[in-house]
Design a protein around this ligand. Structure first.
Ligand SMILES: [Mg+2]
Length: 166
Protein backbone atom coordinates (compact mmCIF):
# COMPACT_ATOMS: atom_id res chain seq x y z
CA UNK A 1 0.00 0.00 0.00
CA UNK A 2 1.49 3.27 -1.14
CA UNK A 3 0.14 6.27 0.73
CA UNK A 4 0.49 9.94 0.07
CA UNK A 5 0.85 11.87 3.33
CA UNK A 6 -0.63 15.39 3.24
CA UNK A 7 -4.36 15.29 2.51
CA UNK A 8 -4.52 11.53 3.08
CA UNK A 9 -3.03 10.79 6.52
CA UNK A 10 -2.95 14.34 7.90
CA UNK A 11 -4.80 17.49 6.98
CA UNK A 12 -3.10 19.49 4.26
CA UNK A 13 -2.45 23.21 4.60
CA UNK A 14 -1.99 25.92 1.97
CA UNK A 15 1.67 26.03 2.99
CA UNK A 16 3.75 23.10 4.08
CA UNK A 17 2.91 20.95 7.11
CA UNK A 18 6.03 20.70 9.27
CA UNK A 19 5.09 21.80 12.78
CA UNK A 20 3.65 19.30 15.22
CA UNK A 21 0.84 21.66 16.26
CA UNK A 22 -0.22 21.87 12.59
CA UNK A 23 0.02 18.13 12.05
CA UNK A 24 -3.59 16.99 12.37
CA UNK A 25 -4.15 13.32 11.69
CA UNK A 26 -7.39 12.84 9.78
CA UNK A 27 -10.31 11.03 11.37
CA UNK A 28 -10.20 7.26 11.08
CA UNK A 29 -6.63 7.08 9.84
CA UNK A 30 -5.19 4.89 12.64
CA UNK A 31 -8.12 2.48 12.28
CA UNK A 32 -7.86 2.32 8.48
CA UNK A 33 -4.11 1.71 8.67
CA UNK A 34 -4.71 -1.09 11.17
CA UNK A 35 -7.30 -2.68 8.88
CA UNK A 36 -4.94 -2.54 5.92
CA UNK A 37 -2.09 -3.95 7.97
CA UNK A 38 -4.31 -6.77 9.25
CA UNK A 39 -5.17 -7.56 5.62
CA UNK A 40 -1.46 -8.13 4.99
CA UNK A 41 -0.43 -4.91 3.28
CA UNK A 42 2.91 -3.21 3.81
CA UNK A 43 2.30 0.49 4.48
CA UNK A 44 4.70 2.76 2.61
CA UNK A 45 4.32 6.54 2.70
CA UNK A 46 5.46 8.33 -0.46
CA UNK A 47 5.59 12.09 0.04
CA UNK A 48 6.93 15.20 -1.70
CA UNK A 49 8.53 17.50 0.86
CA UNK A 50 9.96 20.29 -1.27
CA UNK A 51 9.88 22.68 1.68
CA UNK A 52 13.15 21.06 2.73
CA UNK A 53 15.08 22.12 -0.37
CA UNK A 54 13.37 25.52 -0.22
CA UNK A 55 14.77 25.94 3.31
CA UNK A 56 11.33 26.38 4.89
CA UNK A 57 11.90 23.45 7.25
CA UNK A 58 14.46 20.74 7.88
CA UNK A 59 14.47 16.99 7.43
CA UNK A 60 14.49 16.80 11.25
CA UNK A 61 11.24 18.81 11.40
CA UNK A 62 9.67 16.35 8.97
CA UNK A 63 10.96 13.36 10.92
CA UNK A 64 9.44 14.79 14.10
CA UNK A 65 6.06 14.77 12.37
CA UNK A 66 6.62 11.22 11.14
CA UNK A 67 7.51 10.02 14.63
CA UNK A 68 4.33 11.62 15.95
CA UNK A 69 2.28 9.94 13.22
CA UNK A 70 3.86 6.58 14.07
CA UNK A 71 3.08 7.11 17.77
CA UNK A 72 -0.54 7.88 16.98
CA UNK A 73 -1.00 4.83 14.77
CA UNK A 74 0.96 2.26 16.73
CA UNK A 75 4.05 2.23 14.51
CA UNK A 76 2.13 0.62 11.65
CA UNK A 77 3.92 2.45 8.83
CA UNK A 78 6.74 0.34 7.42
CA UNK A 79 8.69 3.10 5.71
CA UNK A 80 8.55 6.78 4.79
CA UNK A 81 9.89 7.67 1.36
CA UNK A 82 10.21 11.41 0.80
CA UNK A 83 11.52 13.72 -1.88
CA UNK A 84 13.03 16.94 -0.48
CA UNK A 85 13.54 18.40 -3.96
CA UNK A 86 11.75 21.09 -5.90
CA UNK A 87 12.02 21.58 -9.69
CA UNK A 88 13.01 25.25 -9.30
CA UNK A 89 16.04 24.15 -7.28
CA UNK A 90 16.92 20.68 -8.51
CA UNK A 91 15.04 18.17 -10.61
CA UNK A 92 14.47 14.71 -9.17
CA UNK A 93 12.91 11.54 -10.47
CA UNK A 94 11.96 10.91 -6.86
CA UNK A 95 9.57 13.80 -6.74
CA UNK A 96 6.05 12.73 -7.69
CA UNK A 97 4.89 12.47 -10.48
CA UNK A 98 8.28 10.76 -10.86
CA UNK A 99 8.20 7.10 -9.87
CA UNK A 100 11.59 6.64 -8.18
CA UNK A 101 10.27 6.62 -4.61
CA UNK A 102 7.81 3.90 -5.54
CA UNK A 103 10.55 1.90 -7.26
CA UNK A 104 12.70 2.11 -4.14
CA UNK A 105 9.90 0.56 -2.12
CA UNK A 106 9.22 -2.07 -4.76
CA UNK A 107 12.88 -3.09 -4.79
CA UNK A 108 13.41 -3.01 -1.04
CA UNK A 109 10.33 -5.03 -0.14
CA UNK A 110 10.10 -7.13 -3.33
CA UNK A 111 6.61 -5.78 -4.06
CA UNK A 112 4.43 -6.71 -7.02
CA UNK A 113 3.11 -3.28 -8.10
CA UNK A 114 0.14 -4.88 -9.86
CA UNK A 115 -1.22 -6.21 -6.57
CA UNK A 116 -0.56 -2.88 -4.85
CA UNK A 117 -2.60 0.28 -4.40
CA UNK A 118 -1.78 3.97 -4.23
CA UNK A 119 -3.98 6.33 -2.26
CA UNK A 120 -3.43 10.02 -2.91
CA UNK A 121 -5.30 13.29 -3.15
CA UNK A 122 -3.54 14.78 -6.19
CA UNK A 123 -3.08 13.67 -9.75
CA UNK A 124 0.69 13.70 -9.31
CA UNK A 125 0.30 10.94 -6.69
CA UNK A 126 -1.60 8.74 -9.10
CA UNK A 127 0.45 9.20 -12.30
CA UNK A 128 3.53 7.23 -11.13
CA UNK A 129 1.34 4.48 -9.69
CA UNK A 130 -0.52 4.06 -12.98
CA UNK A 131 2.79 3.86 -14.85
CA UNK A 132 3.81 0.97 -12.59
CA UNK A 133 0.51 -0.87 -12.99
CA UNK A 134 -0.63 -0.05 -9.46
CA UNK A 135 -4.31 0.60 -8.82
CA UNK A 136 -5.20 4.09 -7.64
CA UNK A 137 -7.71 5.69 -5.30
CA UNK A 138 -8.12 9.44 -5.09
CA UNK A 139 -9.20 10.86 -1.76
CA UNK A 140 -11.33 13.99 -1.35
CA UNK A 141 -10.92 16.82 -3.87
CA UNK A 142 -13.82 15.57 -6.00
CA UNK A 143 -13.84 18.94 -7.77
CA UNK A 144 -10.48 18.05 -9.28
CA UNK A 145 -11.06 14.37 -9.90
CA UNK A 146 -8.20 12.84 -11.82
CA UNK A 147 -8.51 10.57 -14.85
CA UNK A 148 -5.64 8.65 -13.26
CA UNK A 149 -7.95 7.51 -10.46
CA UNK A 150 -9.39 4.00 -10.68
CA UNK A 151 -11.63 4.82 -7.71
CA UNK A 152 -12.39 7.80 -5.54
CA UNK A 153 -13.18 7.88 -1.85
CA UNK A 154 -14.02 10.46 0.78
CA UNK A 155 -11.31 9.34 3.19
CA UNK A 156 -8.92 6.55 4.07
CA UNK A 157 -11.62 4.47 5.78
CA UNK A 158 -13.77 4.38 2.65
CA UNK A 159 -10.68 3.80 0.52
CA UNK A 160 -9.90 0.73 2.62
CA UNK A 161 -13.46 -0.52 2.09
CA UNK A 162 -12.98 -0.24 -1.68
CA UNK A 163 -9.75 -2.22 -1.44
CA UNK A 164 -11.38 -4.98 0.61
CA UNK A 165 -14.14 -5.42 -1.93
CA UNK A 166 -11.68 -5.76 -4.86
MG1 LIG B 1 -1.30 15.13 -0.81
Amino acid sequence: MFLDRDGVLNEDRPDYVYQLDHFKIMAGVPLALQQLKDAGFLLLVVTNQAGISKGIYTQQDMEKCHRYLQEQCGGLIDHFYFSPYHPTISESLGRKPGSLLFEKGIARYNIDPTTSWMIGDRERDLIPARLLGTRTIQIGAIEEKSEQADYSAANLITAAQIIFTH
